[in-house]
Design a protein around this ligand. Structure first.
Ligand code: 0O2
Length: 236
């Protein structure tokens, strides 16, 4: 079955007859506006993806370098995401801001997100220091490790500005970098899952248990750090 298939079950690729694109059907003025909107939206997502790519490359280089020269890799794993257009629009709407790509670029700093999971708490701050040493601008720091959220959430959040060298210009792109330990990540993933399943609200008894679990995870981090420090002093 090729693109000319006219069967009604051809799915989105097999409309019964060729259609003019929705854009072509607009008036000249509307078409210009629609094309400009598409270009700006595409640029917004593209440049943030490049911001993530740049940062991931730096982190991967440090990870590999530390692994081979320092015998300890401060990075357990890295993940990233670009916020969906739906989530971008919803966040702008919640804040009463214009819903367009220019407004998103101006007001949102979490369109691009990178999450780094580290073995030990000291690794979290080591990576923060490496970012500083490489003159990567940190525009905001939220240290939920030093001051955990009331529900027990722990992580270090940095909003950084990453240079993206395009063919004709250099852009500074905001990326939200979340740094946390394996124990913090485990807690956050499970809490997110529970919250999602309960439609955003957890019963009070649940909340208290979750907080206790966060404290247990923090205790585990302290214990592991102590073992790590002692193992570093032990000849191998
Ligand atoms: P996603 O898809 O994970 O990115 P702001 O976004 O700045 O308006 P806020 O709450 O001040 O809102 O930002 P903050 O504190 O820096 O937290 C933003 C992100 O941190 C969240 O992103 C989560 O990823 C994570 N986070 C913050 N608090 C919690 C928490 O209590 N539990 C869990 N599991 N994660 C948390 P988003 O926007 O929720 O979505």
């Amino acid at each position: 079955m090729g693109p000319r298939d006219r069967s009604p079950r051809g799915g989105s690729r097999g409309w019964p007859y060729p259609q003019r694109s929705a854009i072509e059907q607009l008036s000249d003025m509307d078409r210009e506006d629609a094309l400009a909107f598409m270009r700006r939206t595409n640029d917004l997502l593209m440049v943030h993806k490049f911001g993530v790519d740049e940062l991931m490359t730096k982190l991967r280089i440090w990870s590999e370098e530390f692994d081979s020269t320092h015998e300890h890799d401060p990075i357990e794993h890295i993940s990233s995401r670009i916020k969906s257009l739906e989530a971008i629009a919803a966040k702008l709407a919640r804040r009463g801001l214009p819903i367009d790509p220019v407004s998103a670029r101006e007001h949102l700093t979490d369109i691009a997100g990178v999450r780094v999971v580290c073995p030990f708490i000291s690794d979290v701050y080591l990576l923060r220091d490496l970012i500083r040493q490489h003159q990567i601008e940190i525009v905001q720091t939220k240290d939920y490790i030093a001051a955990p959220k009331p529900n027990g959430y722990r992580s270090l959040h940095l909003i950084i500005k990453v240079q993206v060298h395009l063919s004709d210009r250099t852009e500074l792109v905001a990326v939200e970098l979340q740094l946390r330990t394996i124990a913090m990540d485990f807690w956050a993933a499970v809490e997110h899952e529970l919250l999602y399943k309960s439609g955003g609200e957890v019963p009070e008894s649940f909340a208290a248990e979750l907080k206790a679990a966060a404290e247990a995870a923090a205790g585990l981090d302290t214990q592991m750090s102590s073992l790590h420090e002692r193992s570093e002093g032990t000849p191998g």
